[in-house]
Ligand binder design. Structure first.
Ligand code: AMP
Ligand code: ZN
Length: 115
């Protein structure tokens, strides 16, 4: 299922260009356009679902696949260690309502001031 008005559905379909990092049959990973860390990659399901809880309900296997892709990206780019963030809801900073895990990592210890 895709949503014609959804930015990340349009990225998955190739209609909007993106900087690909990894891909499986059900999951796509691409670089965030405004990186907040040396590694900042977004991991999304190819099928549309709004957030991490709906993903867990609608496509639990794909959510598991997203975790494996996140680890693969971190293995490639930042020594296998990473932070995985799902902003969920506007007040939590979600701006694109197609679930995406932010893979955040670097070559230094990450700070922690999320609130
Ligand atoms: P969130 O605020 O958690 O919904 O995350 C949305 C993320 O998508 C932000 O970090 C944006 O920088 C990123 N973003 C927005 N448009 C694009 C795009 N065209 N390509 C890649 N990343 C994007
Ligand atoms: Zn979508």
């Amino acid at each position: 299922m895709t949503d014609v008005d959804c930015l990340f559905c349009r990225i998955v379909s190739g209609e909007i260009p993106s900087d690909a990092v990894a891909e499986t049959a059900t999951v796509y990973a691409f670089r965030d356009i405004v990186p907040k860390a040396p590694t900042h990659v977004l991991v999304v399901p190819k099928a549309h679902t709004p957030n991490v809880a709906t993903a867990a309900t609608d496509m639990p296997e794909v959510l598991g696949e997203m975790a494996l892709v996140a680890q693969q990206v971190a293995d490639q780019e930042c020594g296998g260690q990473f932070r995985w963030i799902f902003n969920t809801g506007e007040r939590a900073g979600q701006t694109v309502f197609h679930v995406h895990g932010h893979v955040i990592g670097g070559d230094h210890e990450l700070g922690w001031s999320p609130a």
